[in-house]
Design a protein around this ligand. Structure first.
Ligand SMILES: [Cu+2]
Length: 179
């Protein structure tokens, strides 16, 4: 998990297994985005995904952590479509590397592990929240002060994508979106 300040200037140098995903706000013109992934042939790719009309991400926020700790992103994915869809990956121009993680409790210990293909039920929603699923945000492209907003893109296994503006909140934030 640890990364040094050098990673800020040279994203992708560390953690060679996962190349940096620096997705620009454009679509097809960004020919490099997404390439170099160890993705199975035929898997959807962010640059070519179309914006979904049935999948939406809301209430997105990022827990600001002091460097060199990675930050965590939380959000709600809503699926108004008629079929279950799986969230495959998350990308942000604000971070060199984004992974899907799940926090679980084992014998009283909290631990995080990488996860993939998180299912969003048809006509339902899934909340990524502290203590559960989250996006692990590593190698920030620049400092993201509390109160600033960072765009994130979400890629689903049906070849569609959604995006959200995520507000950076203080490290001690517990549940700012509680409802
Ligand atoms: Cu994590």
């Amino acid at each position: 998990m640890a990364f040094s300040g050098a990673a800020l200037a040279a994203p992708g140098q560390q953690g060679a297994a996962a190349p940096a995903v620096l997705l620009a706000q454009a679509g097809h013109d960004q020919g490099m985005a997404g390439h170099g992934h160890k993705m199975p042939a035929g898997a959807p790719d962010m640059a070519h995904a179309k914006v979904s009309t049935t999948l939406a991400v809301s209430a997105c926020w990022i827990r600001s952590m002091p460097a060199p700790a990675p930050s965590a992103g939380y959000f709600v994915v809503k699926n108004t479509g008629g079929t279950q869809v799986r969230l495959q990956s998350v990308a942000s121009a604000g971070y060199g590397m984004v992974m899907l993680h799940q926090t679980t409790q084992q014998e009283g210990m909290s631990r995080m592990s990488a996860t993939h293909d998180v299912a969003i039920p048809a006509g339902g929603q899934l909340e990524f929240k502290p203590g559960g699923y989250h996006a692990m945000l590593e190698k920030p492209a620049q400092a993201h002060p509390v109160g600033s907003k960072v765009a994130m893109d979400f890629l689903f296994d049906n070849g569609e994508k959604a995006s959200a503006e995520c507000e950076v909140k203080a490290a001690n934030t517990q549940s700012p979106m509680s409802h």
